[in-house]
Ligand binder design. Structure first.
Ligand SMILES: [Zn+2]
Length: 260
């Protein structure tokens, strides 16, 4: 039998042993992880400035970089957000929203052999075809015609849980003119997403102006512009905007402005 004093000493040495074992375990694990971990951030881990590293880690988390595997199956981005992908033939941008899965090449790599996998580009709409919002696109045609020659704006919203579409006219800030309109963002309910951002150029032609490029630069959305609204056959242009990258989308103006 041990007395209480002996028992305490025994406990202390046991604790010391456990602590030492744990410290050794942590050190070995850290070393192992450091050897195994791909170095995404190119920094000297022995000379870290903590605050700067925290900022770089946060930036990397917001816009990660991933390598496309040459052997395993490519696993697409699951959460909303975007990332950069390094594939055998270039650098790609991948973005996901509840209404969108987007993979497009940002820059080609030629000449240098990059030992990674390849990708299939895509612009995938979980809501189906853009034509599913035709009612709203047609409604905006009437709205924009009534406002012409003054510019008009409309927000076409998709509900990802009910698959329903609606259009809302955002509140205009100041006074709209034939070349300029500024408006407040519409308020979205749960599961609602602003998918198509519409504006008109009144009686001027439909095209994406330098100002439109600036307005669309940071967003992920479909952008549509209507024009020649005083003509028998008005014009319309659509494009998908993903963080500064744009791709034209084919939506025939006749479908929007044609007689039903
Ligand atoms: Zn415009």
């Amino acid at each position: 039998m041990m007395n209480a004093q002996e028992c305490l000493i025994k406990m202390d040495s046991l604790l010391e042993m456990t602590k030492a074992a744990f410290e050794a375990f942590v050190q070995n694990t850290e070393a192992a992880i450091r050897v195994e971990r791909p170095q995404v951030l190119s920094i000297d881990e022995d000379n870290i400035e903590t605050e700067k590293l925290q900022m770089d880690v946060a930036l990397l988390a917001a816009a990660p970089v991933a390598v496309v595997p040459a052997n395993s199956d490519f696993f697409p981005l699951q959460e909303n957000g975007h990332r950069f992908l390094l594939a055998s033939d270039g650098i790609y941008l991948e973005a996901r929203r509840p209404w969108l899965h987007f993979i497009q090449r940002l820059a080609a790599i030629t000449g240098v052999r990059v030992p990674y996998g390849s990708l299939t580009t895509k612009v995938e709409f979980p809501f189906g075809r853009l034509g599913n919002a035709l009612t709203q696109l047609q409604e905006f045609a009437q709205h924009a015609k009534a406002a012409a020659p003054i510019e008009a704006a409309g927000s076409v919203i998709w509900n990802s849980s009910t698959d329903a579409w609606r259009i809302e006219y955002p509140e205009v800030i100041g006074e709209a003119s034939s070349t300029h309109i500024e408006f407040k963002q519409v308020t979205l309910q749960d599961n609602e997403h602003l998918v198509i951002d519409l504006h008109s150029h009144g009686n001027g032609p439909a095209y994406f102006s330098g100002q439109d490029d600036l307005d669309d630069a940071g967003s992920v959305k479909i952008s549509g512009v209507y024009g020649n609204l005083d003509q028998a056959e008005p014009t319309a242009e659509f494009r998908i905007c993903v963080l500064g990258m744009t791709i034209p989308l084919n939506v025939p103006a006749s479908k929007i402005f044609g007689e039903e």
